[in-house]
Design a protein around this ligand. Structure first.
Ligand SMILES: *Cc1c(COP(=O)(O)O)cnc(C)c1O
Length: 388
């Protein structure tokens, strides 16, 4: 039987498998009515800190707030420059600007994460921090970024919104720099049933400042040290996340198995897809060509997304769609090219990755994928290569 439907993700399936457990845990919050700062929040913070091998976890409203609060808590000089990758979701750069700093875009390499040489070239005497985004679930080159930050006295922030459970040199990401942030947006590898996020760090003073900022600058009920804000994770979200966390490793294993199968089959179908040197890799795809990114030997990828580059992406997506296969584009525009950055000095800057947004293609991946589904996606991709 041919597979005629491959969804991009399937949360209803995931939740129906856990439905009794989720109903019970949500019911317990309703019974207790501890909707804000309830018992499940502290429980999840402890469990998630342990999972990410961090000393502290602060549960907040969402992943964007997590970044903003983490940057604010670092107490950088106002108007500092903070370097972020040119290819990311806008939350990364938004958080820099909204905390009163200047966002500087650096290039990415064939791992789709920050190119440390490019970062170094953008450092000025106003640079105060670097945000390494572990894009698609692949950790940034934290060894190079850390040594560069040490040399230039910069803080290192990990945007790990897509990288729950990912590892760099055998260690879970998040608390490997100064501070790390996570998102539990429903579609992330570990998703809530609404918005939720978290900050992790091994710095106890920084953890205290984050917690205070996220809760109105509160010392005690009506004693406020500073003006903070209101960004606390709902108890219901914490309860759901705590129920889902024990399943995360199994889901990640399915993602990694699917990715291994994709890579193997795609390299068979598109010779040379897997191992071009960066100088070759950065060139545009030739007609019919498909390029895989590089997975660094230092990482354990968490495959939030499985992203390839293809020529004539529109035609490929159409053919996938006609075969019932969902796909995505992450992201259709480099951050500095968005209208939001029209007046940014780097809005027209050339990057190695400048042309990639026209070629990026995200294939279905997640705990819903079967080997037959993965086979079918590659089969259809192979057919599109001949018509392009
Ligand atoms: C999802 C995401 C965020 C923001 O998380 P929200 O919970 O949606 O606010 C930040 N950075 C990256 C890289 C993301 O993918």
């Amino acid at each position: 039987m041919t597979i005629d439907h491959v969804p991009f993700l399937d949360l209803r399936r995931q939740h129906s498998q856990l439905r009794e457990e989720l109903d019970a845990t949500i019911g317990a919050v309703l019974d207790k009515a501890d909707f804000v700062k309830g018992a499940a929040v502290g429980r999840f913070e402890d469990h998630f800190a342990e999972y990410q091998a961090a000393q502290h976890c602060i549960a907040v409203g969402n992943g964007t707030d997590a970044l903003e609060i983490a940057i604010e808590a670092l107490d950088l000089p106002p108007g500092s420059e903070i370097i972020v990758p040119a290819n990311s979701f806008i939350a990364t750069s938004e958080a820099v600007t909204r905390t009163g700093h200047s966002v500087i875009f650096a290039d990415v390499d064939d791992t789709y994460t920050l190119n440390p040489e490019s970062v170094e070239s953008f450092i000025t005497d106003r640079t105060a921090a670097v945000v390494g985004v572990h894009l698609y679930g692949q950790p940034s080159d934290l060894a190079s970024l850390k040594s560069l930050c040490l040399r230039h006295d910069l803080r290192l922030i990990e945007d790990a919104a897509q990288a729950h459970g990912a590892e760099f040199q055998g260690k879970r990401v998040g608390a490997l720099g100064d501070v790390g942030t996570f998102s539990f947006f429903p579609g992330k590898n570990l998703g809530a049933i609404g918005d939720a996020g978290a900050i992790v760090t091994n710095d106890s003073d920084l953890a205290k400042r984050c917690r205070r900022i996220a809760d109105h600058g509160r010392v005690s009920k009506y004693d406020h040290d500073i003006e903070g804000r209101n960004s606390r994770m709902d108890t219901i979200q914490a309860a759901v996340l705590d129920a889902k966390l024990p399943h995360l490793d199994g889901w990640l294993q399915t993602r990694r198995d699917t990715a291994a199968q994709y890579r193997r089959l795609l390299i068979d179908e598109f010779p040379g897809a897997g191992d071009a040197p960066f100088a070759e890799w950065r060139k545009l795809c030739a007609p019919g060509e498909l390029k895989l990114g590089r997975v660094s030997a230092s990482v354990l990828h968490s495959y939030h997304l499985f992203v390839v580059r293809v020529s004539s992406r529109g035609a490929v997506q159409k053919q996938l769609r006609e075969a019932g296969i969902a796909s995505g584009v992450h992201y259709p525009s480099l951050l500095p090219r968005l209208s939001a950055y029209e007046d940014h000095p780097q809005s027209a800057q050339a990057f190695a990755c400048s042309a990639w947004p026209d070629e990026l293609l995200s294939l279905p991946i997640g705990d819903h994928m079967t080997q037959q589904m993965t086979d079918r996606v590659v089969e259809v991709l192979a057919e599109t290569a001949t018509v392009r």
